[in-house]
Design a protein. Structure first.
Ligand SMILES: [Mn+2]
Length: 296
């Protein structure tokens, strides 16, 4: 029995030996004001992208790249973050077989589902998808499809709130109390539904890679759970909730307070994944941007 929803525009990719992907989501690129959560991480993000560009990776942008709930048009976002778009242009090729830039829409940039021609004026020939399927078995989607607050009829109410009220509050410095990333209850519910989709479907999907929750997950374990497994403090009877398996991964986001996370996917003998974090670090008195592996 399949409980996977039907996705509208799907790109199929065959990962061949030597191919490397970097999957990141939830940049929420905005207008550079106090409501733009991405602006503070722009430099970290560009350092990471330059590394992936130089090292032969294909970049998969897994939704909510643009914050189009809080901003009425893409123009303001583009003029604020022009250096980012110039860098993305180096991954892009108008030939869909050669391009190293693949884009998927999320709920905050669902706009691209209907207006990909606007993005094409910047990236000629680019196609924007709802889903990417790797080797007929790994499904990559933004993940809002598993969140009733952000898909279907209630989504319009959420969008109204974000567009008309939240952006103004955020400009005054107020932090979001409702965001899934800081609300483990909502996060767990979405994670569990995505995990369930990956384990109960008749479409040959064995793994789902998503974003949306802003909470990074590696082999079904959140970063907190990964750290707990690795830590020396162990209170008796205290156990983590989830069991590790290779059915579900989450990229996290690019709007963490001082870092960005992403999932590197490689094909050698089989498909391998690493959950990475890029952040500022000191290096002999100099500030540098460094990559850490969150899974050991
Ligand atoms: Mn989202």
């Amino acid at each position: 029995m399949s409980n996977l929803p039907k996705f509208e525009r799907i790109k199929h990719i065959s990962l061949t030996p030597g191919m490397k992907l970097i999957v990141m989501s939830d940049m929420h690129r905005g207008d550079g004001s106090g409501a733009d959560d991405f602006a503070q991480n722009s430099l970290i993000y560009r350092c990471a992208l330059e590394y992936y560009l130089d090292n032969g990776y294909t970049y998969i942008e897994l939704g909510d790249a643009e914050e189009l709930w809080e901003n009425d048009n893409f123009d303001q976002i583009y003029i604020t973050h022009t250096p980012v778009y110039e860098l993305l242009g180096k991954f892009h090729d108008p030939d869909p077989e050669k391009t190293r830039y693949l884009k998927v829409w999320g709920n905050h940039d669902l706009y691209w589902k209907y207006h990909q021609d606007i993005y094409q004026s910047l990236f000629p020939g680019i196609q924007i998808y709802e889903a990417i399927v790797l080797n007929d078995s790994i499904l990559m989607i933004h993940g809002h499809q598993a969140d009733p607050m952000c898909s279907g009829p209630i989504a319009a109410v959420s969008q109204f709130f974000v567009n008309h009220i939240w952006a103004d509050l955020q400009r005054t410095g107020i932090k979001d109390p409702t965001r899934a990333a800081t609300n483990p209850g909502l996060c767990n519910e979405v994670d569990e539904r995505l995990h369930d989709w990956a384990t109960h479907n008749d479409q040959g999907i064995s793994t789902i890679i998503a974003g949306h929750t802003h909470r990074a997950v590696f082999e079904n374990l959140s970063v907190t759970e990964l750290r707990y497994l690795d830590c020396k403090v162990k209170t008796e009877h205290l156990q983590i909730t989830h069991k590790a398996d290779r059915c579900y991964y989450n990229t996290g986001s690019c709007v963490h307070p001082s870092s960005i996370t992403g999932l590197e996917v490689y094909f050698e003998t089989g498909i391998q994944c690493s959950l990475v974090e890029w952040r500022y670090a000191t290096d002999g008195g100099i500030v540098a941007v460094k990559r850490d592996f969150l899974n050991k």
